[in-house]
Write a protein that binds this ligand. Structure first.
Ligand SMILES: [Zn+2]
Length: 84
């Protein structure tokens, strides 16, 4: 059952990343072309923000991010084998 939930969660996260990157086309911070595999969706309370992974890395650098829910394309698309 946990396996099924993990699978569903991963599918949802991947689709969220694809949707967000597809809608954005470019990163709002640095104008890099949006790629779901290098895209991060951050939500905090009811605010949702999408940006490229390098921008998220530099933004969160040295800052604690309590209460932030982060969906990172590098993780979501980079662990295919672990879930098989
Ligand atoms: Zn960026």
């Amino acid at each position: 059952m946990q396996r099924t939930i993990n699978y569903m969660q991963r599918t949802i996260n991947r689709n969220l990343l694809k949707y967000s990157a597809g809608r954005s086309i470019f990163c709002g911070q640095c104008s890099a072309i949006a790629d779901a595999r290098r895209w991060v969706v951050v939500s905090h309370n009811d605010d949702i923000l999408g940006m490229c992974a390098p921008c998220w890395d530099s933004l969160k650098k040295g800052r604690p991010t309590p209460g932030f829910e982060v969906v990172d394309g590098r993780e979501e698309f980079g662990r295919k084998k672990a879930a098989a």
